[in-house]
Design a protein around this ligand. Structure first.
Ligand code: MOS
Length: 752
């Protein structure tokens, strides 16, 4: 493939590049939010409601207030004014739970904050929070798991604005399905899942007169700044958010939660920095979860395997007040060629905290349903599931009527089948054995959106021979520090250790949220343009400075490489280090700025831009002891050019691990009596651990997507999770003969 040839041999782009922040992390020097200490800082512990539906009748704070070391017990009467926030035009002001803390005395979900204890030590604050007594007028909560759509209008409000409940439609799906020679009509259920990043949500808020600073574990510092400015009625520039390192978020830290205004309001009242770190248990209440979904998929096909109709009608659970949209139908209109299609959604209100984006929101539960249905239909038709997909490969995005910017799903299937050895699969259920175990082989395709958010960056070249690249985005553990260093190195030819990366501070040029797998694609053009502009300034200096070796040249005669300026005609041999040129001009540095526009949300795109891929999964099954294990996974991803193949593989491996958890382990259960999440600890909320995870063989195609940026890099944070659960459940069927259509697969399902 030609791509690699465009990248010079000294560029780190497209190579295994160890994280530039790795040494800081392994030596414990990387500072996470709760590692920052401030003089006079006090500790806050929220009090959560112990009912999920009702009203607070009385709050008794007397005992808590009397405890030595307690600074205050805040509640509705004494927290001070906190405003609501609302989304702005473009991509700002976004918040899943818009009700400010303590706004009214109504309790709508278990764990909703009803008070905040603040004390000199964490232990005292915890004891005081436990001593607050609430009396409620409680009603039975609605946490019903079976979902019937509420009686909503055709157009509903969502976090990102109004949305029609008819997602997508073409042809005449009712007639086509009624007349289809082969039909499938099944409903798939995915449970609530709760994000469990290692680092809990944490914030430290402090005021200096009219300016508010928050140290926060956030996936989107610029958006958080805007929301806080609204909540405290401040100019944006009076709010600063700092996020140096994040112990991951998986979407739970993408949009602000009420712990941040709560800490800021308490800090305002006390005139001291206030730290609030959520206990693990509260992370199951008030900082989002992947909502439960129930998805009916109807497929009509010819006996030869051509799709004639596809219907995807999904319902998801939502909270009483909030408008999170779980976009399960995102990939349905374009993934396969089908003339008749309809995608609709409905919502069902429950007494549960706000739903939120969780790694691959919408399309991941959505593709579990549609890819499972494709596998079931292939089985019904007695056609190999890979062949069935190839037969229905679309030429264009039939939902938008637009060409794909770059789609290489068929090449993914080809490489995946080869690496997995798929051609030796015997489709007969339970027919494949190894070492006394029954094998199951399953597969699925996947897709995830690719686009850019707006981004700005600066690059400085400094007289000590180093460079600095800066952007107000954040590294959530995925490798963004390294990506920025790679991009600056790519343009300047400087080694990575001569490049300082500054991010995680809203005082830097505005950068994207780390979400939607969009951050990398967004920052590429901004950083490259900033580096180009810094180099252009340097060339002007080189030619304009009296006594410079390039005094008689024009900037266009010069080139820059490996940190040196040289005359193009001479090649790199006689270059001068840029630091020397700066010193000669009495300059400390030259600076360049770069910007790139958003493509996300573009109402008139020219292309359909997505990443694609596929998974092949093997399970082993021992019916004698009902033991099911995932024993092998091969994943192939088409995500344009991968900037850092080392961190990139990490992302896909991590996503596949999460997919194993989604298929076999993860679910949050709510107590029908009081609405509390029952399994609200890491002992009871089971995620896949090393013992659950087999070798994961990850492959990247290398088809740069030049529609997205000049390097052709899309994103890889989420796509690795799409389709994994469908591949595993299909493998489970192949081994056991049981179709499980409600995740996670439980051993009881297989004994039936
Ligand atoms: Mo991801 S759910 O967009 O942080």
């Amino acid at each position: 493939m030609p791509a690699k040839q465009e990248i010079s041999t000294t560029s780190p782009i497209g190579r295994d590049t160890p994280r530039v922040d790795g040494p800081l992390k392994v030596s414990g020097k990387a500072q996470y939010t709760a590692d920052f200490h401030f003089p006079g800082m006090v500790y806050a512990v929220p009090v959560g409601a112990t009912i999920a539906n009702g009203r607070i009748v009385e709050l008794d704070t007397a005992a808590a207030e009397k405890m030595p070391g307690v600074r205050a017990i805040f509640h509705r009467e004494n927290i001070g004014k906190v405003f609501r926030s609302t989304p702005g035009q473009g991509f700002e002001g976004i918040c899943e739970e818009r009700r400010p803390p303590f706004e009214d005395d109504i309790v709508r979900y278990y764990g909703q904050y009803i008070a905040l204890a603040v004390a000199d030590t964490f232990e005292t604050a915890k004891a005081a929070a436990d001593a607050v007594r609430a009396t409620y007028a409680a009603e039975k909560p609605n946490v019903e798991t079976h979902l019937e759509a509420d009686d909503d209008p055709d157009e509903v409000d969502t976090t990102f604005g109004p949305r029609h409940r008819l997602d997508s439609q073409r042809g005449n799906v009712d007639t086509a399905f009624a007349n289809a020679p082969v039909k499938l009509d099944q409903t798939y259920v995915t449970p609530s899942e709760t994000h469990n990043p290692l680092e809990p949500h944490a914030t430290t808020a402090m005021w200096d007169g009219p300016t508010l600073t928050l140290y926060e574990s956030s996936q989107g510092i610029v958006n958080l700044r805007g929301v806080l400015a609204q909540m405290f009625d401040l100019p944006n520039e009076n709010v600063r958010v700092i996020t140096k390192f994040v112990g991951s978020g998986f979407g739970s830290k993408l949009w602000p939660w009420t712990l941040s205004p709560l800490a800021a309001a308490a800090a305002r009242q006390l005139g001291r920095p206030v730290r609030l770190v959520l206990p693990r248990k509260m992370m199951f209440h008030s900082v989002g979860h992947r909502p439960r979904t129930q998805q009916r998929v109807r497929i009509g096909a010819t006996p030869e395997g051509k799709l004639v109709s596809l219907q995807h009608d999904y319902i998801y659970q939502r909270s009483m007040l909030d408008a999170h949209h779980e976009d399960c139908g995102e990939a349905t209109p374009f993934q396969y060629s089908v003339p008749n299609l309809r995608v609709t959604f409905g919502r069902a209100k429950r007494n549960i905290g706000a739903g939120a984006d969780m790694r691959g929101p919408g399309a991941i539960p959505g593709m579990y349903a549609t890819e499972s249905a494709m596998n079931e239909m292939a089985h019904q038709l007695n056609i190999d599931p890979v062949k069935f997909r190839i037969m229905n490969e679309p030429k264009i995005d039939e939902g938008l009527g637009l060409p794909f910017s770059s789609r290489h799903l068929l090449e993914c299937f080809q490489l995946g089948t080869e690496k997995f050895g798929w051609s030796t699969r015997n489709p007969v259920v339970g027919s494949m054995k190894r070492d006394g175990l029954t094998l199951g082989w399953g597969m699925a395709g996947c897709a995830w959106i690719a686009a850019r958010f707006a981004a700005a960056a600066t690059v400085q070249l400094r007289d000590d021979g180093t460079a600095r690249v800066a952007c107000a985005t954040q590294d959530i553990g995925t490798g963004t520090y390294t990506n920025l260093a790679q991009l600056a190195a790519h343009k300047t030819g400087m080694p990575l250790d001569k490049i300082e990366v500054a991010l995680g501070d809203t005082s830097l040029p505005e950068g994207p949220v780390s979400g939607g797998s969009l951050a990398t694609a967004s920052i590429v053009p901004a950083v490259l343009a900033a580096a180009d502009n810094a180099i252009a300034s340097l060339m002007t200096i080189a030619t304009a400075t009296p006594g410079s070796p390039f005094e008689n040249r024009k900037p266009d005669d010069l080139a820059f490489g490996e940190g040196r300026v040289f005359v193009k005609a001479d090649g790199g041999a006689k270059g001068v280090a840029f630091a020397d040129l700066l010193k000669r001009a009495n300059l400390g540095l030259v600076s360049g700025s770069g910007k790139s526009e958003a493509s996300f949300g573009n109402p008139k795109p020219k292309f359909s831009t997505h990443s694609f891929g596929c998974h092949f999964a093997e399970v082993t099954w021992q019916p004698e002891i009902a033991r099911l294990r995932v024993s092998r996974v091969v994943t192939v991803i088409d995500a344009g050019r991968i900037l850092n193949t080392l961190a990139g593989r990490n992302q896909i491996e991590g996503a596949v691990v999460m997919g194993i958890g989604m298929a076999l382990l993860e679910h949050t259960s709510y107590d029908p009596q009081n609405g509390a999440p029952i399994n609200s600890s890491l002992a009871d909320y089971i995620v896949a651990v090393n013992a659950d995870v087999p070798p994961i063989d990850v492959h990247f195609l290398d088809f740069p997507d030049k529609e997205i940026n000049e390097l052709g890099a899309r994103g890889i944070g989420e796509i690795g999770l799409a389709g994994v659960a469908a591949a595993i459940t299909d493998a489970v069927h192949h081994a056991t003969g049981v179709r499980v259509r409600e995740l996670p697969v439980k051993i009881e399902d297989l004994l039936a």
